[in-house]
Ligand binder design. Structure first.
Ligand SMILES: [Cu+2]
Length: 309
């Protein structure tokens, strides 16, 4: 009876662990997913690898420490006639070992982590810039230099469901509270710089599959970048408690191949262009492209940096 229950439990744990151990993980988190996802950018893979390195080091340390404790407790127990060594006060040799080993481990982990972190903040040589502005409670995206901008807010179906106060299941909405009306369309294999700010309170733009989260702070322009390797739909949420509807300002990124992106961009531009333009288009002053940015954050993000291509 007891053995049967244990077997059941072991099978359950193993079944839960299999998807966690699988290396190719989809971008969307799965129910009961215990490990972080690999994501779809070099940055997210870097973060995942740094995390896995630290995790396995911790696992080895955990096994050694708890193993030693278990051996000590079972092998040298009182009922077996073990007698405590009352003379032992300290051991210089042991103290040197348990100081040097953690230091070596920390340094070994710090080197790759630091080089990855430095790369993560290097927004130079990006091909395009997206300005992200957080509002209570939606996002605004400006494709700088392209004259394309729109707001992105919770899809109406999710909104209706949440206000209905019913218990929402997957059958009601596959991506409940994780869908928006206008998705952020981005090209794959392109270094995209983000300038991130907010209009009212502090928000944070976070799409786990991209591997980073960045605060959106009024009056401050934060930078980040991404280069998405795989086309797909990646979802995220505001990650800074920003008011009563903080939980209702999701983010949806649709990464598409470059050609498809150009087509989409052309469509957006056509939509934004005035329906009829009888007058000769007077070149507006703002059409003059700013010099290529070298990664220095603009205090005024509305100044469009030059966009390559
Ligand atoms: Cu927010």
């Amino acid at each position: 009876m007891k053995a049967g229950r244990f077997k059941q439990w072991a099978v359950g744990v193993a079944a839960m662990a299999v998807p966690v151990l699988a290396f190719a993980q989809a971008a969307d988190p799965k129910p009961w997913q215990l490990n972080m996802g690999r994501g779809v950018t070099a940055q997210s893979v870097n973060a995942y690898e740094a995390h896995m390195l630290a995790l396995w080091i911790c696992v080895v340390i955990g096994v050694l420490v708890f193993g030693a404790m278990a051996v000590a407790m079972f092998k040298f127990r009182h009922s077996k006639g073990a007698v405590a060594d009352k003379d032992f006060t300290h051991s210089t040799k042991l103290e040197i070992i348990w100081t040097v080993v953690p230091v070596v481990l920390l340094v070994a982990m710090a080197f790759p982590a630091t080089s990855k972190l430095i790369k993560m903040y290097d927004t130079r040589e990006s091909a395009m810039t997206i300005k992200v502005t957080g509002f209570q409670w939606m996002w605004k995206y400006d494709y700088l230099g392209e004259n394309v901008s729109f707001t992105s807010r919770l899809d109406r179906k999710s909104d209706a469901l949440r206000q209905s106060k019913k218990t929402v299941t997957q059958a009601d909405h596959e991506h409940y509270l994780l869908d928006v009306d206008n998705v952020l369309v981005l090209p794959t294999d392109t270094k995209i710089r983000f300038v991130i700010t907010a209009d009212d309170v502090i928000h944070a733009w976070w799409v786990p599959a991209l591997g980073w989260k960045q605060d959106a702070i009024p009056g401050i322009v934060n930078e980040a970048w991404t280069e998405i390797k795989e086309p797909g739909v990646y979802r995220g949420q505001c990650a800074e408690l920003c008011g009563k509807d903080h939980g209702f300002m999701p983010i949806v990124v649709r990464a598409v191949p470059k050609a498809e992106y150009q087509q989409w961009l052309a469509e957006q531009k056509a939509k934004n262009a005035p329906a009829a333009a009888p007058a000769a288009p007077a070149a507006p002053a703002e059409a003059a492209p700013a010099p290529a940015t070298a990664g220095t954050p603009n205090s005024d993000a509305t100044t469009a940096p030059a966009v390559a291509g």
